[in-house]
Write a protein that binds this ligand. Structure first.
Ligand code: HEM
Length: 408
């Protein structure tokens, strides 16, 4: 028998609420908050007809993401939004770590974990500061009035991930163009997949080169393990993809959020020591990766309800990070808050592998931008900033900004 019949009274929700409140580019859909208050784990009918679950509460999402009775395998998951182009979600392509389970996943994770430690990533701080300063110099020469996405938010993480992987300088433009094609949200899914395979082909060539002549970088390091060339190319492409679009969108959307909260930007400018916790709060507030997903491998009792083996649970990371039970006054951006425990990097065995790299980049890039351009502001009315609407990763398509130049 079901341990609790209360949920029977709630008819299944039909699909994941996805429309943001009008006029607020940063808040999750209002409906998510209402659903979380009503029941943090509830039944949801997926667009393909599957009857699964939607989790919106912080503690229930942590419990599911940390429980090995739930699988991440793509082929077991149902998609919470109408999914064009690929009606059947197949198994994860080689190297895509988010869509696989142990022991496969554990093997990749063990091989890569040591490369992304806090210590290693902190050691990159100086290099990040250099790259950031070069891009700010270029912005100053180019402006006032630049698109922050193309001038700063995209190229800084792109250069860092290329350097880390060991993409030769001469090939970087080609890599970055190809990576940008993967994330074009206005292109059909099939074209994005084609761009991804082209990118992986480029990385495949690089793997062959690194095996022949290793250099001091991540891909060369990995050629000394027992990973096959196919796995290396797959992992390289996945790291590039996972590390670039996410960090770029955090930098651009985070800047937009700070410009819309000038008192918070001023606090960061006055005290760059605030950067560490400011980054965590921006991550929580914006939660650009909206959802995670798991499929139950066994019957699991949670929150007084029974999730049956085979059922998909969509984890609304957005809703979890605005859960008032976990974060008081959750809809306020407050850089003084200790947003520790947010789920914007996920939770459990798949928690973001590159989070320390992303943190180092953001901790340097936000304060440096606002210190270099104290009068930074939007160059268009806020309603005209084009938001990404059709991607799993939230962000802006472009962010026109301007600033005052000093009197000659
Ligand atoms: C996984 C978010 C930056 C590499 C994840 C997951 C989230 C996430 C939510 C968990 C997915 C799940 O549970 O299924 C972000 C955000 C970033 C960021 C918001 C930037 C602000 C990066 C960077 C890298 C990276 C810079 C690497 C260079 C990965 C990898 C995984 C992952 C490899 C898969 C881990 C696994 O499945 O074991 N990321 N990420 N991410 N991320 Fe990130």
């Amino acid at each position: 028998a079901l341990p609790d019949a209360r949920h029977v009274a709630l008819s299944p929700l039909s699909g994941l609420p996805a429309s943001r409140p009008a006029g607020c580019p940063f808040d999750p859909p209002d409906a998510l908050g209402r659903l979380r208050t009503e029941r943090p784990l509830r039944r949801m009918r997926y667009p393909d007809g599957h009857l699964g679950w939607l989790a919106t509460g912080h503690s229930v999402i942590r419990a599911i993401a940390g429980d090995p009775r739930f699988s991440s395998r793509y082929e077991l998951l149902h998609h919470p939004l109408p999914y064009e182009g690929t009606p059947e979600i197949g198994p994860a392509p080689v190297g895509d770590m988010t869509g696989i389970d142990p022991p496969h996943h554990t093997r990749y994770r063990r091989l890569l974990m040591g490369k992304f430690t806090v210590r290693r990533m902190r050691a990159l701080t100086e290099r990040v500061a250099q790259v950031v300063a070069e891009h700010l110099d270029a912005m100053e020469r180019q402006g006032p009035a630049v698109d922050l996405v193309t001038a700063y938010a995209y190229p800084v993480p792109a250069l860092m991930i290329c350097e880390l992987l060991g993409v030769p300088v001469a090939d970087r433009d080609r890599f970055q163009r190809q990576a940008a094609a993967v994330f074009r949200t206005d292109a059909p899914v099939a074209e994005q997949f084609a761009a991804l395979s082209a990118l992986q082909e480029l990385i495949g060539e690089l793997v062959v080169a690194k095996r022949a002549r290793p250099t001091d970088d991540l891909l060369s390091d990995l050629t000394t393990t027992n990973l096959t060339d196919e796995e290396l190319a797959g992992l390289g492409g996945f790291l590039l993809a996972a590390g670039l679009d996410t960090t770029a969108n955090m930098l651009a959307l985070g800047t937009f959020a700070l410009l819309e909260h000038p008192e918070q930007a001023a606090a960061l400018r006055a005290d760059p020591g605030l950067a560490d916790q400011a980054v965590e709060e921006l991550m929580r507030y914006l939660t650009i990766a909206h959802t995670g997903a798991r499929a139950a491998l066994a019957d699991v009792e949670l929150d007084g309800q029974l999730i049956r083996a085979g059922e998909t649970v969509t984890l609304s990371l957005q809703a979890a990070n605005r859960d008032p039970q976990r974060f008081p006054d959750p809809d306020t951006l407050d850089l003084q808050r200790k947003a520790i425990g947010h789920l914007a990097f996920g939770h459990g065995s798949h928690q973001c592998l590159g989070q320390q790299l992303a943190r180092v980049e953001m901790r340097v890039a936000f304060p440096a931008l606002f210190t270099r351009f104290p009068t930074l502001r939007l160059a268009v009315p806020r309603e005209e900033v084009p938001l990404r609407t059709d991607s799993d990763i939230h962000g802006v398509e472009s962010l026109p900004v301007t600033w005052d130049t000093e009197e000659p």
